[in-house]
Design a protein around this ligand. Structure first.
Ligand SMILES: Nc1ncnc2c1ncn2[C@@H]1O[C@H](COP(=O)(O)OP(=O)(O)OP(=O)(O)O)[C@@H](O)[C@H]1O
Length: 260
């Protein structure tokens, strides 16, 4: 008897999204297994951000299904999806700039515990939240910057804090939108290592334009072209896929002098 296939951590089934009469996502399907790191790539305007907005609940799909750990979430509100274990990176500008690194993390932990309304529970959980904030701070390597206000962090540090906040609630599916955008090459290399550490044991979905990051980080790559997933496979298989070469990757590799 064969063992049943595991429930995907995240599954898209024939997802469609139109803005007015313009179809942007056109039957996208994808099944991401628990613990996989997946990069979504594709030409400008292919619908990558729209897909993230659908998964995280910012937009409701026109049709199709989204399942998180086997449970339908399409059309659910972002906070409800977050409570079910999916977290999306916030932009740096969403940090509390005049709180310290530690305070930002503690706020995120407390928010995820759902104690923003009950003050007595808030106090009881403060110790736990402090411990958890300390743990995350070590994980994102900002423990030496504990009391620095977010406004005074370097760009890369702020992005690390953003990722810390993203995982503060213990989400098992993490969406990162261009995590290394705006970083130097050496910062990018360090940051890839940090993303690996922080997402260990979690499922990661990332939109990324930097092919070095894509091929260095992802277990699998999903290629989105005109709102459809035209390939979903290992980096080696995607690189060798003739349709991908033709639709997208050929031109990207040419721009990068064939380097990935
Ligand atoms: N809220 C919206 N209303 C109308 N059109 C939208 C909306 N959001 C996105 N679009 C359109 O959907 C298309 C896909 O945009 P999207 O940002 O998802 O692509 P992308 O693959 O993330 O592109 P890029 O790589 O350039 O960031 C674009 O033509 C965009 O103008």
């Amino acid at each position: 008897m064969s063992t049943p296939a595991p429930t995907p951590a995240l599954e898209l089934r024939q997802l469609h999204k139109a803005f007015g009469k313009t179809a942007i996502i056109r039957g996208a399907s994808l099944a991401v297994q628990p613990g996989e790191r997946v990069a979504i790539i594709g030409p400008n305007g292919a619908g990558k951000s729209t897909l993230f907005n659908l998964i995280s609940g910012r937009f409701a799909p026109t049709s199709g299904e989204i399942l998180l750990n086997g449970r339908r979430i399409d059309g659910a509100k972002p906070y409800a999806i977050n409570r079910l274990g999916l977290s999306r990176s916030f932009q740096v500008s969403n940090l509390f700039t005049h709180l310290s690194v530690f305070e930002n993390l503690r706020c995120a932990v407390l928010w995820s515990l759902g104690h923003r309304y009950a003050f007595w529970k808030f106090l009881a959980d403060l110790d736990d939240a402090n411990d958890r904030a300390d743990e995350i701070m070590e994980l994102i390597k900002l423990d030496k910057r504990r009391d620095v206000l977010a406004v005074n962090l370097t760009y890369a540090e702020a992005r690390a804090l953003e990722i810390g906040i993203t995982i503060a609630g213990g989400a098992n599916v993490v969406l990162l939108d261009e995590p290394t955008a705006g970083m130097s090459q050496s910062e990018t290399r360090r940051f890839m290592h940090l993303i690996r550490t922080v997402t260990e044991g979690r499922t990661l979905l990332t939109v990324e334009h930097d092919m070095g990051v894509v091929f260095g980080l992802a277990d699998k790559i999903a290629v989105l072209v005109y709102g459809e997933v035209i390939a979903f496979d290992t980096p080696e298989a995607v690189r060798a896929d003739a349709r991908v070469q033709e639709a997208y990757l050929g031109s990207v590799l040419a721009q990068h002098g064939g380097q990935t």
